[in-house]
Design a protein. Structure first.
Ligand code: HEC
Length: 156
């Protein structure tokens, strides 16, 4: 092997190591994002990573968010519920907020919303949801971002 080919080989291996290292870092960042769901503003938010269309299905389906927050997040679009369930929801104090009105909302980060959905909020109607996968939660966060966006576009 000449010195030249050896040099080229070494360069090639170095490049491989460099690329492998890079993708490992990217992978770690993605994983971090899944867990913290966009806690750091410098990184992509969960809304960028999630699929709002699938989030909508979770919201109006498995997540049963629509029971309290209304179909598609419209507070005046109440689903057909059993009378006792509906009356329990009507009596909630505080009442479920309008997820389309960002000005009336208290949580300001996807991390806080992630926790509110995953862990619930003791003493309120928000009960913990442990059945959603991390992807479903990320998709739901993307859908919530869309609701806020649509809501503020409408008010302008
Ligand atoms: C049983 C009724 C009920 C259900 C079901 C429910 N919520 Fe809520 N949600 C509430 C209430 C009540 C609050 C206000 C809680 C508070 O003030 O702490 C709330 C608060 C929230 C907030 C915080 C809003 C803010 O102020 O920033 C988010 C986000 C939210 N809900 C999303 C969801 C999602 C997503 C689902 C479905 C996975 C869901 N909720 C299911 C009743 C409900």
């Amino acid at each position: 092997m000449t010195d030249r080919t050896r040099g080229m080989l070494r360069g090639f291996f170095l490049a491989c190591f460099f690329l492998a290292g890079l993708s490992a870092i990217q992978f770690a960042e993605l994983f971090d994002l899944e867990v913290w769901a966009g806690s750091r503003p410098s990184k992509k938010s969960a809304a960028d990573l999630g699929d709002a269309g699938r989030g909508r299905e979770v919201f109006n389906g498995k997540g049963i968010c629509y029971y309290c927050h209304g179909v598609d997040g419209y507070r005046d679009r109440q689903p057909q519920l059993a009378a006792d369930t509906a009356s329990l929801i009507a009596q909630l104090n505080p009442q479920p907020p309008d997820l389309r009105n960002s000005e009336s909302l208290q949580l300001t980060s996807d991390k806080a919303r992630f926790n509110a959905i995953r862990e619930g909020h003791p003493g309120t109607g928000m009960f913990p949801d442990t059945t959603m996968t991390a992807q479903e939660l990320t998709d739901t966060l993307a859908y919530l971002a869309l609701l806020r966006h649509e809501g503020s576009a409408k008010r302008k």
